[in-house]
Design a protein around this ligand. Sequence first.
Ligand code: FE2
Length: 459
Amino acid sequence: MKPKRKLTLSIMGIIVVISVLYWVFYTPNLADDEVAYVLAGGLTSRSAVVSFNTYRPAKVRVQVSTEAITFANSHYSAYTETIAENYNTSKVLLDSLQPDTQYYYRLEINDTIDAFEGYSGTFTTPKDGAFSYKVAFGSCMVTGSNSDIFEQIAREDPLLFISTGDLHYENINRNCEANFIQAYYRVFSSSAQSKLYRSTAFAYMWDDHDYGNNNSDASSACQQDAIAAYRDFIPHYPLAFQEDKAPISQTFSLGRVRFILTDLRSQKVKPEYDGCERTKVGTNFGSEAHMKWFQDQMLLAKDSGQVVVWLSGIPYINHEGGPNYDCDEDDDWGGFPEERQAIANFVKEHQIPISIICGDAHMVAMDDGSNSDYAEGGGAPIPVFHAAPIDRYGSYKGGPYSKGYRSRSGQYGTIEVEDNGGNEVCLTWTAKDKNGNVVQSNTEQELSYQFCLPISSDS
Ligand SMILES: [Fe+2]
């Protein structure tokens, strides 16, 4: 071999060895790679909760400011430690916020503020009292989905994004705690989802696949751990109940709308059937205390001059004669007619100004109340809006729906609240596809609907 060629080969060999050693032994600069995810929730006019996951145990606090670039006049949350026993995941409360203000936040890790984009986010606090705004919602996404639809939802610039269930499809029923942590990691660290969650505030109520198995209920093997994982790691609103196996139901107000998020999975007891004959009545709420809490919240809303958006993860409309009704229903309100009628009777008796948003069914669908009146003798025609699936396949459940439906992958919903402080609050519902276009229903109607609910004159 000629000396020149030998030298060339030697140099190439050295380069290869150095490259291999670099990839084997390189430890990323901690400042570049400390945070798996961060997101904010529990948004009120004066506070928010920020959850985060660090790759290693760390001392963390959150800096918050109204200035995106300079973080001038910032303040900080209390310190917290992320520890291995909690999978290096923690959350902090930001209080002393002002209403109607856009805030920017970022993490300080081990006494070092890091301006890396992935560590930071923004949200806007709601006004106190009447005001107009938009929220977006949807359910049913592939675990850790990186779909473009999340960027489209972020472009809506909603005050809040509500995940109405099936945030993942891990169907967890063993090795519960670790599996929930892993599922949250996959969801919140997905780059497309993370961009959405860091662009606005997040609220979340689970359905079956992200609580347990398909059509899961109170008997899920992971019931207690699912509840614990949600409480520990999700940035949520104050929960209605504190006991170990209690539901994660919660409520919050944005302007003069009270959102009631009911947990209809973790306490559910399914009906039983012998063929088509029901031999045991089921319950989605699971206890009188849970149902009473729901009714109290509806009444409180009305009496304090609010209207209600009730998040029922499962489809509300389904009954004998409906297009998808089976005689042994147990996965939507069609299998729980007594409990549904009790709710409808309460709405009728107290004249609750209410609308329903649903998940679970992989479709967008709207009903103006024509098909949803389950009160004894009628009198509770509640508008119903389904918005799904974010990026799972399409399916058609329940119904019929007066405005029609569309079961196709890549759909979400927006609710525009128009409230000038008068004697009603108006809502505009729009079902959209992944490009932000209004969805055409199966009956070729634009799936949007506007209606107004009265503010009680007694409030
Ligand atoms: Fe789903």
